[in-house]
Design a protein around this ligand. Structure first.
Ligand SMILES: [Zn+2]
Ligand SMILES: [Zn+2]
Ligand SMILES: [Zn+2]
Length: 547
C-alpha cells in the first residue's frame, strides 16, 4: 500500500461541473493533515528532460507498476488526446503530476515530478481550503487543511501560486490544466477583483522592496514588511504559504540588525503557520521552529547591531494593541507612512524624554465631509488605500484655517495613529483621529507630486558626505562651497548662472520652486524621522545643516 490516508475524512464524489473530487465527510479543523502519501512513481528532474526522454521514462515507470497500481494509474484524469496506450499513459502523467518542491511553491519549483493518486484527485480553487506540498523529510506528499473545512464541503488545493493577479492566474490554469476557474475570487465583480489584484501587486512590490532596502534603509524595509504582512494576511481564518515567507522575511530583517526579541516573535509566527499548512515534520517548519528558539544562530546575525535587543526582551502580558506597538516601535521616515504602518492609538513609549521618535503620514484629500460635529477628510495614501481622517480637535476642524484645504491636496499628519474605537465601521479599517491641530498641515499639491519632489530634494538639496553637491542644472558633482543656491527655495544648487537657467526651464525647477519655498515642506524632507527629535508639530523645526 502506497498511501497512509485518513480515509474517514473524505470520499471521492461527483462534483457538478468539475468531474470527480474529494468531499469532506466530517468537519476538518485547520491544520489537520488530510493526506500523506507516497508516490506511485516519480521522475527526477522531469521538467528539464526532452519530450522523448519524458515519454520514455513515464512508460518505463508505468510498466514497472503492479497490476493494482496500473489500474489506479489508469483511473486518473487525462485531459490530453491520445491514439495509443503509450500516449494515454503520458497524457495521464501530464495531467496528474505533482511537483516535488519542498515548500514555498512561489519561490522555486522543483523540476522533479510524481504521481500521487489521492492528492491529484483534489480539484483547484484559487482560494483553496487545503495546501499540498512535497515533504522531503518523510518523502511523502502532504495535504493540510489551511482553514476549517465543514463536513460536505469539497476539499480544494491551489494549482498555481496564490499571489497572482486574476488574469495571470486564469491564463496559467487554462494553459497548464485546460480549465477556466470559476471560484469565488475568480467570479468577483470587476471592481472588487481589481482591488484584490492591487493588493496582490502591492504585497509583491513591498516584499521585493523590503529585500532591496534591508541594508540601505532598514526602517523603510521594516515598513514594507509591516504593510506586506497586512496585505498577505487579509483573511484571519485562513493561512497560506505566502504568510510563511512574509513572516520569515520580517524575522530575517530583525536578525540582520541584531533585534533578537522581535526576530524570535516573527520566526515563531512563521513556524506556526508552517506547522498548520506543511506539518510538524516539514523542513520549513523545522527551520523556523529552530530559528524561533535561537535566532542568533542565523548566519545573518551579528552583521549589524543597529536594533540590538536580547532574545527574551519582549514584555510579557501585552494586549493586542500594546503588542502591535511594541513590535513596530521603530518609527518610519516621511514619505513612507501609509495607513497600514501607523501605530494604534497613542502612547508609543515616550519614556518621559522630551525627545522621541516621530513619524509623518502623507495622504491625498479625496473628499471633504461633515457627517458629525467635526470635519472629516476622505484620504488616499501612497499605496492606494482609502480611509477617513477625523478632526477630533476642540473646534472639530473649524480652527483649521491656516492652510486652506481642497480635494487633490496632500495632508501631512505628524504622529498620526490608527484609532480602533469610535468612528470605526464594522469590518473596515481604522480611521485616523487627529486631536492636536498643530500636527496637521495641508500642502497645495498632489501626493504623487509631493513624493516626486521629496526624491528630487534628497538628490539635490543635501550635501553629500564627501562635501560635494550635485548641480541641479548639469548634474555634475562639485565642491559644495563653490556652488550657488536658488534664492527663493534654498533647495537646489548650481555651478553658475547657465546651470541655474537650465535648472529653471529644462529641468522644470520653475514649477517646484514655489512649493519648496514653504519651509515646512523642506523641513518634512529634512527631518530625521529615524532619530529621536523634539517635535511639537507645524511649523516644523529642523537643524538647517544641509546648507
Ligand atoms: Zn479561481
Ligand atoms: Zn552645473
Ligand atoms: Zn528654487
Amino acid at each position: 500500500m502506497h498511501s497512509t490516508v485518513n480515509e474517514s475524512l473524505y470520499v471521492l464524489q461527483d462534483i457538478p461541473g468539475k468531474g470527480k473530487g474529494l468531499v469532506a465527510t466530517r468537519n476538518i479543523p485547520k491544520g489537520t493533515r488530510i493526506i500523506s502519501e507516497q508516490a506511485l512513481f516519480t521522475i527526477l528532474d522531469y521538467e528539464n528532460l526532452s519530450l522523448d526522454e519524458r515519454k520514455r521514462l513515464v512508460c518505463q515507470q508505468f510498466d514497472a507498476l503492479s497490476r493494482d497500481e496500473k489500474d489506479t494509474f489508469m483511473s486518473l484524469d487525462n485531459t490530453c488526446p491520445f491514439n495509443d496506450s503509450e500516449e494515454q499513459c503520458f497524457g495521464i502523467f501530464i495531467t496528474s503530476r505533482l511537483h516535488l518542491g519542498d515548500g514555498l511553491r512561489f519561490s522555486e519549483e522543483s523540476a522533479s515530478a510524481g504521481i500521487f493518486p489521492e492528492t491529484c484527485r483534489i480539484n483547484h480553487d484559487c482560494e483553496s481550503n487545503a495546501y499540498n506540498v512535497w515533504n522531503e523529510n518523510i518523502e511523502r506528499h502532504t495535504v493540510h487543511a489551511i482553514r476549517d473545512i465543514r463536513s460536505g464541503e469539497e476539499i480544494t488545493m491551489n494549482y498555481v501560486s496564490n499571489v497572482l493577479k486574476r488574469k495571470v492566474r486564469q491564463t496559467r490554469l487554462q494553459e497548464s490544466f485546460g480549465f477556466t476557474c470559476s471560484c469565488r475570487i475568480c467570479s468577483l465583480p470587476e471592481a472588487q477583483s481589481q482591488q484584490r489584484d492591487r493588493m496582490v501587486e502591492t504585497a509583491i512590490g513591498l516584499d521585493k522592496r523590503a529585500q532591496a532596502m534591508r541594508w540601505e534603509s532598514p526602517l523603510e524595509a521594516l515598513s514594507c514588511c509591516r504593510t506586506s504582512l497586512m496585505c498577505h494576511n487579509s483573511d484571519e481564518r485562513r493561512e497560506d504559504a505566502d504568510f510563511v515567507t512574509a513572516y520569515g522575511n520580517t524575522a530575517q530583517l530583525f536578525i540582520l540588525h541584531g533585534d533578537l526579541a522581535r526576530a524570535r516573535f516573527f520566526a515563531g509566527k512563521a513556524a506556526a503557520v508552517s506547522r498548520t499548512i506543511f506539518g510538524n515534520d516539514n523542513e520549513t517548519t523545522v527551520h523556523f521552529t529552530t530559528l524561533a528558539l535561537d535566532p542568533s544562530r542565523h548566519s545573518d546575525y551579528g552583521v549589524s547591531m543597529k536594533w540590538k535587543t536580547a532574545v527574551d526582551e519582549q514584555p510579557q502580558g501585552l494586549g493586542p494593541v500594546d503588542l502591535e506597538n511594541w513590535l513596530w516601535e521603530k518609527q518610519f521616515p516621511v514619505g513612507l507612512a501609509g495607513f497600514a504602518i501607523l501605530p494604534f492609538n497613542f502612547n508609543i513609549r515616550t519614556g518621559g524624554s522630551p525627545k522621541k521618535r516621530h513619524w509623518c503620514f502623507l495622504g491625498q484629500i479625496l473628499d471633504i465631509e461633515h457627517p458629525f460635529e467635526h470635519l472629516v477628510f476622505s484620504i488616499r495614501d501612497m499605496y492606494g488605500e482609502e480611509r477617513p481622517l477625523h478632526f477630533c480637535t476642540e473646534e472639530g476642524g473649524r480652527e483649521f484655517t491656516t492652510s486652506p484645504y481642497q480635494k487633490g491636496y496632500t495632508v501631512a499628519v505628524i504622529d498620526a495613529v490608527q484609532y480602533p474605537y469610535k468612528f470605526k465601521k464594522p469590518g473596515s479599517q481604522c480611521p485616523i483621529r487627529l486631536e492636536d491641530p498643530r500636527m496637521i498641515k495641508v500642502f497645495p499639491l498632489s501626493l504623487a507630486k509631493m513624493l516626486a519632489m521629496g526624491d528630487q530634494f534628497r538628490r539635490f538639496a543635501i550635501r553629500q558626505h564627501n562635501n560635494l553637491r550635485k548641480c541641479h542644472g548639469c548634474g555634475t558633482n562639485a565642491a559644495a562651497d563653490a556652488m550657488k543656491r536658488c534664492g527663493i527655495c534654498f533647495s537646489v544648487w548650481y555651478c553658475n548662472k547657465e546651470c541655474q537657467i537650465a535648472g529653471w526651464t529644462t529641468k522644470k525647477h520653475k514649477s517646484d520652486c514655489k512649493f519648496l519655498n514653504d519651509p515646512d515642506l523642506r523641513a518634512l524632507f529634512l527631518f530625521r524621522w529615524d532619530e529621536a527629535q523634539v517635535c511639537d508639530g507645524f511649523p516644523l523645526r529642523v537643524a538647517d545643516d544641509f546648507c
